[in-house]
Structures are given as C-alpha cells and as structure tokens.
Design a protein around this ligand. Structure first.
Ligand code: SF4
Ligand code: SF4
Length: 526
C-alpha cells in the first residue's frame, strides 16, 4: 500500500466530516421550513439559497426526503442516514448526570466505542473538526518567524486531560449540569454552526474556539488536544489496547527524527516498537519517514511472536486480521435502533436539552413534583394534516421521566356553549421518555389538548391551548364589540349626567344671586 494513500484517505474523511458538519444544520433548517410549509416565504440570501438547493435536490423523491429528515443533529449526538450515533463523551455525561442507563443512548454509542477500541483516537485524527482547524493553525505557526515573532512551545503534562475528564465527570455527576457539552470542541463547533445557520447569532463557544486557536498559535503546539480535551482523554482510554498502530521497523530506521518533528501530538514513533494510546493514527509520521521504517500494523496484546521492544504487542495472524476487518465493516453497517426522543428531528437524549433549534411550539406546565412540556410539530398545525403532539414529563426532584400511561383528549373551543370533543380520551404509554400521539385537526380553530395523569394518587387534568390554521378570532371580535359598546354607553351616560347637572344649576340660580363659596364647596341660598 502506498504510504501516500492513508494520508490521502484521511484528508478525504476530514473534508467529508466538514461537509457533514455544515450540512447537518442546513438539513435541520430545511426540514423545519418544509414542515412549516414556509420555504416560499424565505427572504433572499444564502440561507434561502441553501434551503431551496436542498429542497430542489430532494424533489419528489421519498428516499432523498427521508435521507434529509434522518440526517440531523450535531457531532455530540446525531442521526446520520437513520443511524443514531453519540459521542462516547456525550454518553458518559448523560449517564453520570442522569445516574441511569438509557438503552437507546447506549445503542447509539456502540459504533463509536467499537471503532475507538479497534482504532484508538481515530475520531481525533480523522473526523474531529477541531483537529482539522488546529492542523491549519499549526501550519500558521510557521509564519510566525516571517512576522519576527518567536515561536514558543510550552510543554504541559499529557496526563492533565485524564484529570480534566475525571473532574468534569465528577462535577457533572454532582451538579447534573451538562458542562462537557459546553467545552468539548466538536460539540461547541457543531452547536455554533447551528446557531449561525439558524440565524440566532453566535454564542460564547466561538470565543472558546478562538481562545484555543490563539493559545496554540502563540504558546503551545497542539496544547488542547494533547493536554486538556476530555474527549481526547476518553478516546485515548478507549483505545488503550487498540489493534491498529503505527509500527517501527528497526532495521530501516536511521533515527533522523523526521517522524518526531512531524507528529503534532508530541509522540516519538522512532523510539518505540508501536505507538501507544495517545496516537491518533493520522499517518503523518509514516508519510514523513523517507526510510520506510514506519507502517500501520494490526497488533494484539499477548499473542504470537514479539517484534521490537515497546508495548509488547504482537502481530495478528491473517485470519484474525480478516475477522477484525469484517467486524469493522459490521460495526459501520450495524443498524442502531436508538431512537432517543426527537424535537424537529434532533435527538435529545437528555430531557429537554437546550439545542439551538427550539421546537416551534413548546408549552411548559407543572403539576405536583412533575414538569410537563408539550410540543407540537408543526407548531401551527394545518387542518386535515397530521400533527404530532408530544408530552415530556419528568419528576423535577429525581430527574426521572414519568413512565405511567397518560390519557389525552382534544376539544374544540366554543365561543358560546360547551366545547366539542374532536378526539375522545385515549391512553398513551411512555416511549422514549415521551408520550406522543398524532392527530388530524378537523378545521381552523382553537383547540384544547387535555392531558390527564396520575399525580400523587390524584388524577390531574392539564389543558394546553393549540391554535390550528388561522381561525377567525370570534371571541376577540365579540369581546371587542362588547367593550366598544360598553365604552360608548358610559360616554353617552356621562354626557347626559353632565347636561342634566348643568341645566339643574341654571334653574336653581337666580340671575342677581351670587353663589356662596365655603371651602371647596359651592352652595346657593335657598
Ligand atoms: S482531543 Fe478533543 S478537540 Fe482534539 S481532536 Fe480529539 S476530540 Fe477533537
Ligand atoms: S505518532 Fe504518527 S500517527 Fe500517531 S499521532 Fe503522531 S504522527 Fe500521527
């Protein structure tokens, strides 16, 4: 295999990852506008060009539409072509913060964890957008000399990132605050991109990314990934016994040190038989080695003959190699059944995570110890077309989702008389942390969705108002008329009283008599 091939493939994967990163929010926005039937109302600009471009590419094709609708999320947790994937760090954070194992979330972790166990920090070297950005920053460091700025490279302990990981997870466990999602660069970049594409401005995450870049440029080369990143720490731990490593051929090595200067992660492939858990398998050192002393090898700890000193890993027999390759293909194709719960197509594995895409309609309520959130999709349903109503109910003391069945009925509000039942009471079981049902509203009007649930042994009914279409606001018109009429009557009555009073005064006062003024009172002689 040409030693240029792997670095070339890595560049392709990096470019594809950036493309996916950019497409995720555009697909989300397209789905959003499509559901709201508002693509035609978009003002001209790059957003409308992108959305219309995706919409035109989808056309009438169901499979393409499905592809767009099932490719949503962020690099923290996403659904790519229907496969749910979560970053192992997202999984760790969700587990420690909720202190529970949520099966759909665990399923979404299977592929990333298996890939990390087999290939090590391959996410860092091949996929992470922060790594791609910092590789560019690293190139910029070479230009510092041209600007007569001294290149500094302060060294910090690589072990710090494991401490950061442990302390952060401890903090999350105690506070239940999703702290890691706020500082983990792939999640931050994804989220900021969503904010930018959705036109809701950019957040503080941009400053964090900029600060990391500036620090790397002027102070310490690849400081964040080597020393701080909790995700990098977790990937290193997962890849502790990985099977694919950079291996040195002692006979060919001339100890020139080119691999050492090339490695951005401050590793020394020329000094070890195989690289360790910090290596990202980026292949830069293999590419830099003119003596062909470095290559990728499949190694398994503790089997067959020893080759070189270092970690004591051994060559994998050919059969085992095939098994590994088949396992790799299988893991990539493994259909994840993770469903999570989704708002606007985005997986939300924790209850009501604060994604940039707020649902179009979101009504919170509380009853007893429970927080209840109703969402409707689309936000303003259209008569005759299915609308999905979902309730997310959790105990605010324990953070546990409510898993009892609930009853839901829908009534059309009446200006006069009783409301009409348009959807009789039906029972819904909890699924994916939510109680969901679909309804076709019969006409443009105001409806009340009544949720009935058991709260501390009592039956509680919570009404939520939903406006369907653009109904004529009968009540408002009637109220406006009544109020207008009342005002008119009050004014007329006031004028009449004043006129009566004036004519009475004229009648009582004699032409040559003066009123007596006593204090503020006006009196007349009888
Ligand atoms: S260490 Fe963190 S920021 Fe760096 S490449 Fe890995 S995941 Fe990305
Ligand atoms: S040792 Fe080689 S493959 Fe590993 S991170 Fe360094 S340059 Fe990349």
């Amino acid at each position: 295999m040409s030693k240029q091939l792997v670095p070339f493939m890595r560049r392709i994967v990096q470019i594809a990852s950036i493309a996916v990163l950019a497409l995720l929010p555009i697909f989300a926005l397209t789905t959003h506008y499509k559901a709201a039937r508002a693509i035609g109302d978009l003002p001209d600009g790059w957003r409308s060009t992108a959305i219309r471009g995706v919409d035109a590419a989808v056309g009438e094709s169901n499979s393409r539409r499905q592809m767009v609708e099932t490719t949503q999320g962020t690099f923290w947790s996403a659904r790519i072509l229907g496969y749910s994937l979560s970053d192992p760090l997202a999984g760790a954070e969700a587990i420690v913060s909720s202190r529970s194992f949520y099966v759909p979330l665990l399923w979404s972790l299977v592929v990333p964890i298996i890939l990390s166990v087999l290939l090590g920090r391959v996410f860092c070297g091949w996929i992470c957008p922060m790594n791609t950005l910092l590789e560019l920053v690293d190139r910029c460091r070479r230009w510092l000399g041209l600007l007569e700025i001294r290149e500094r490279d302060v060294r910090f302990s690589k072990g710090t990132k494991y401490l950061v990981l442990a302390v952060s997870l401890g903090f999350v466990a105690v506070s239940s605050v999703p702290f890691l999602a706020m500082i983990y660069p792939p999640a931050v970049i994804s989220r900021e991109l969503h904010l930018f594409v959705f036109g809701t401005g950019i957040g503080v995450g941009v400053y964090l990314i900029l600060a990391i870049c500036v620090f790397e440029l002027f102070v310490s080369r690849r400081w964040w990934c080597r020393v701080i990143c909790p995700g990098g720490g977790l990937y290193s731990l997962l890849g502790r016994f990985r099977l694919v490593r950079v291996q040195r051929n002692e006979q060919n090595c001339v100890q020139c040190g080119d691999c050492v200067t090339t490695c951005q992660f401050d590793l020394r492939p020329m000094l070890v038989a195989q690289t360790g858990m910090e290596c990202t398998n980026c292949a830069s050192c293999i590419q830099a080695c003119d003596s062909d002393a470095l290559s990728f090898a499949f190694v398994l700890p503790g089997i067959t003959k020893q080759r070189g000193k270092g970690h004591g890993q051994k060559d994998l027999p050919a059969v085992a190699l095939k098994v590994v390759l088949i396992a790799l293909v299988f893991t990539v194709l493994l259909p994840s059944t993770a469903l999570g719960h989704h708002i606007l197509g985005l997986p939300h594995y924790s209850y009501k995570e604060n994604y940039p895409q707020a649902p179009t309609l979101e009504y919170p309520a509380t009853t007893g110890p429970y927080d209840v959130l109703m969402t409707s999709y689309p936000g303003r349903p259209v008569p005759g077309e299915a609308a999905t109503i979902a309730f997310y109910i959790k105990d605010r003391n324990t953070n546990r989702p409510y898993d009892q069945p609930v009853a839901v009925r829908v009534l059309q509000t009446a200006t006069f008389g009783d409301n009409t039942i348009v959807h009789p009471s039906t029972t819904h079981q909890a699924f994916d942390n939510q109680h969901r049902f679909t309804i076709n509203f019969p006409e443009e009007a105001e409806f009340v969705v009544e949720l009935t649930m058991q709260v501390e042994g009592q039956q509680e009914v919570i009404p939520f108002l939903i406006v369907v279409g653009n109904p004529t606001a009968t009540v408002s018109v009637v109220v406006a008329i009544v109020l207008g009429l009342a005002c008119f009557l009050v004014v007329v009555r006031a004028i009449k009283i004043k006129q009566q009073k004036r004519s009475a005064d004229i009648t009582i006062l004699e032409p040559n008599e003066q009123p007596l003024i006593t204090g503020s009172h006006v009196a007349t002689h009888p």
